[in-house]
Write a protein that binds this ligand. Structure first.
Ligand code: UGA
Length: 430
């Protein structure tokens, strides 16, 4: 099938590369020339394990190409995926200006029947909006349909998630239209759910908001565990064995960040308000999440009192492991608060340092964990990269000013680490 993907962010680029790998002719479009030029040179505009190889293979075999010319992409394709950014506005509402601009461009280049698929995370009702824009602005009498096909991939495991999703959701106006998408996804052999457009749009937000609710819930339980002597990792395990609850997304810590959960949860609150409902549950989910880092910083400050003139090593800057993404990263919030109180920060991350420099120019960047820990009054774990789990703790201890660890992601066994002579603070464990 001839497929066009508009937007080469995480969702667009991974989707395009995977569809090409499944044997389709895919053209990826982006208006940012720099990104397209990078891709043409074989360089990735984002860090995602396995992506460079996947893209290179499909470019070489002639199934994947890149262009800034949206007209070219639209005209030669039967199915067009919209995968552009939908950032939040100040009030939490989703900014749809990129989606609207793309819909207008598609309208201008419509030359034969096409299916336009919304893969961007867009609030319920956006399918209608896109359809109206194209209908009003198309130059001729060509027919088209608009489908919602939300994406559930996670950064860091984006390719595996795309090839083996728990489900594929297709929100289509008719069964016939859904069939084209079914055909495209058939080689993946995963459960598929066909709904109307509105339900598919809602499934995406309901899923992300539910997962963020799980995280805030376990974080509140963690706070209670600290006060009562319970251990949140055991509590989560004990809950998770119940199949109705499940083990996933019960990892207590500094809360959820990234470009999806915070913004999508806020957006759903906003949508509810638009329809006259107050989604108080989700308002609390956000509030609990916003208290995670200040609470943690308070604990660090109490122990190191005063923070002024103290040196703190921060391990992990990306919002989660296996990505270089710092959008809504807890590291930024934590470092900003620590610096406001006069601390000097030495930071290390395996891949996110280049991105971090743009947001946090005034901290010391280190070449590895030991370099960051050198002379530090305390070490803080912010992102649970695997390499931090395997550190030589003896060496770490020997270079620190004092062996104190604040573990925001519970990566160490408290008994073991204390036995090695560290003073150790974690989340939801005594
Ligand atoms: C999330 C969803 O998991 C994907 O299904 C969805 O497609 C994507 O958003 C999206 O809407 O595009 P992502 O933001 O890449 O994916 O990352 P997650 O692995 O879900 O983690 C989100 C945040 O929650 C991270 O800050 C992570 O540290 C935190 N988290 C996750 C916890 O604090 N505890 C957990 O148990 C799990």
């Amino acid at each position: 099938m001839n497929v066009c993907v508009i937007g080469v962010g995480y969702v667009g680029l991974v989707t395009g590369a995977v569809f090409a790998d499944l044997g389709n002719e895919v053209i990826c479009v982006d208006k940012v020339e720099e990104k397209i030029n990078m891709l043409k040179r074989g360089e990735m505009p984002i860090y995602e394990p396995g992506l460079e190889e996947l893209v290179a293979r499909n470019v070489k075999e002639g199934r994947l190409s890149f262009t800034t010319n949206i007209g070219e992409g639209v005209r030669r394709s039967e199915v067009i995926f919209i995968a552009v950014g939908t950032p939040p506005r100040e009030n939490g509402e989703t900014d749809l200006s990129h989606v609207e601009a793309v819909a207008l461009e598609i309208a201008h280049h419509l030359n034969h029947y096409k299916i336009i698929v919304n893969k961007s995370t867009v609030p319920v009702g956006t399918g209608d909006l896109v359809r109206n824009i194209i209908e009003k602005n198309k130059n001729n009498d060509v027919e088209f349909d608009v489908v919602s096909n939300p994406e559930f991939l996670r950064e860091g495991s984006a390719i595996a998630d795309t090839l083996k999703p728990d489900r594929i959701v297709i929100g289509a106006p008719t069964q016939n239209v859904a069939m084209t998408l079914l055909e495209l996804y058939a080689p993946i052999e995963r459960p598929m759910l066909i709904t109307n457009v509105e339900s598919a749009e809602m499934i995406k937000y309901a899923s992300n908001a539910f997962l963020s609710t799980k995280i805030s819930f376990i974080n509140m339980i963690a706070d209670l565990c600290e006060k009562t002597g319970a251990d949140v990792t055991m509590v989560a395990k004990g809950m998770g064995y119940d199949q109705r609850i499940g083990m996933h997304f019960l990892q207590a810590g500094l809360g959820f960040g990234g470009s999806c959960f915070p913004k999508d949860t806020l957006s759903l609150i906003h949508t509810a308000r638009k329809y006259g409902e107050e989604f108080r549950l989700l308002e609390e989910v956000i509030k609990i999440n916003q208290q995670r880092v200040p609470r943690f910083v308070e604990r660090i400050a109490q122990r190191l009192n005063p923070l002024n003139n103290k040196t703190i090593a921060v391990l992990g800057l990306a919002f989660k492991p296996d990505t270089d993404d710092l959008r809504d990263a807890k590291s930024v919030e934590l470092i900003t608060l620590l610096r406001e109180r006069g601390a000097t920060i030495k930071a290390y991350d395996p891949v996110a340092i280049n991105n971090a420099r743009k947001i946090l120019p005034d901290i010391i960047y280190c070449k590895n964990s030991y370099d960051a820990a050198e002379g530090a009054d305390a070490l803080v774990i912010v992102t649970e990269w695997n390499e931090f789990k395997l550190l030589n703790l003896e060496r770490l201890k020997s270079v620190m000013q004092q062996p104190i660890i604040f573990d925001g992601r519970n990566i160490y066994d408290p008994k073991r680490i204390r036995k090695m002579g560290f003073e150790y603070y974690s989340i939801g464990r005594k």
